[in-house]
Design a protein around this ligand. Structure first.
Ligand code: PMP
Length: 357
């Protein structure tokens, strides 16, 4: 099998030991003679997998006892709709506008009956290249929505406001890859396909006193119903949850989230240091707000960027093309991205620069 380094922003690289374990267990899980894919979600065997996934995630993120952990479907994009549907009908929410995904959260919230959105801060003036500061937070907000890591723009929040307004966090692109104080948030959600597992699972961590006052919500869109049924109102994404649990076990084996954060920081710093020291590549993001997960960079010429992307692919450095809205390149260095892949990229960048000059 050829050695490929996959810089995809998601679905993204998974830890090799996880894929190997899934492969080894594919046909015959734990001597049951069947695959997890073929197992009833109501069976004892599957119940054990679900509970293990919850307890491992709880351990990894130090989730306090007064929170519920849900495994839902519909991606983070459904959460853009489900959160205001439950908590903000005929109410006002606040949003920090940090780019593409926060704009989607605004757009979907505005479709809800009577929800109004107040943008409390925005970094639109400089192409979303920094994290704006929040001057004041009105106390009549149903909640304040923040996107912790901006996958396209490559910015990240490191501080969250101290406020009595419930905080809702879209942590899709940095959950489990940096330390997060869960107790600051009323609700955290994340699509799985970057740091958790295969696409199709959405993790929601919700404080039990953050309750909807809306009656008769559709069952599939009611957090209360999903908490009551322990994510089993209907058939959950069983195989995705199983792989997520293998990833959780792998992170625990690596020493937990703090150890992974250190490794991620090291990978990202090496790339940023090279970009900053070169007179050829630039990263548009302010130093203090740089994401360690998604690193956008450019050569300054769109034509050259395209050549870079093509040649990188020929060297098995794949999916390094930036998002179509941003252009240039983007290296997504999630938990499972190997350190040697960063060395290979930097080596390639040096060679490309020499060949081009
Ligand atoms: N929020 C962020 C920060 C994301 O990066 C993404 C996907 N890349 C989404 C939301 C949307 O996720 P999904 O495709 O799971 O709906």
């Amino acid at each position: 099998m050829k050695q490929v380094f996959n810089f995809s922003a998601g679905p993204a690289v998974l830890p090799k030991p996880v894929l190997e374990k899934a492969q080894a267990e594919l046909l015959n899980y734990n001597n049951t003679g069947i695959s997890v894919m073929e197992m009833s979600h109501r069976s004892k065997m599957y119940e054990d997998i679900l509970q293990a996934a919850k307890s491992n995630l709880k351990k990894l993120m130090a989730i306090p006892d007064n929170y519920s952990i849900l495994f839902l479907q519909g991606g983070a994009s459904l959460q853009f709709h489900m959160v205001p549907l439950n908590f903000a009908q005929n109410k006002k929410i606040g949003v920090i506008d940090t780019g593409n995904w926060s704009l989607k959260a605004i757009e979907e919230a505005e479709k809800i009956n009577g929800t109004t959105v107040e943008v409390l801060a925005s970094s639109k003036d400089k192409n979303y290249s920094y994290i704006p500061s929040i001057n004041s937070i009105p106390d009549d907000l149903a909640y304040l929505h923040i996107t912790s890591n901006n996958t396209l723009e490559g910015t990240v929040f490191t501080d969250y406001p101290d406020t009595d307004v419930p905080l809702v966090l879209d942590a899709s692109s940095n959950i489990l890859s940096c330390d997060l104080d869960v107790s600051k948030f009323a609700l955290i959600y994340a699509g799985a396909q970057k740091n958790i597992g295969p696409a199709g699972v959405t993790v929601v961590i919700i404080r039990n006193d953050f309750k909807s006052d809306v009656e008769n919500l559709p069952s599939m869109l009611s957090y209360e119903n999903m908490i009551k049924t322990d994510s089993m109102f209907n058939t959950p994404p069983t195989y995705g949850i199983y792989v997520a649990n293998l990833v959780f076990e792998w992170i625990l084996d690596q020493g937990g989230v703090l150890a992974i954060t250190e490794a991620n920081r090291d990978k990202a710093n090496r790339l940023y240091d090279y970009i900053d020291s070169s007179d050829f590549y630039t990263c548009p993001v302010d130093g203090k707000d740089r994401s360690i997960n998604n690193i956008p960079f450019k050569t300054g010429s769109e034509t050259l960027d395209n050549v870079f992307i093509k040649k990188a692919e020929e060297q098995n450095l794949i999916n390094i093309k930036g998002h179509r809205l941003i252009g240039g390149m983007r290296a997504s260095l999630y938990n499972a991205f190997p350190s040697e892949g960063v060395d290979s990229l930097i080596h390639f960048m040096k060679t490309f620069k020499e060949e081009t000059k």
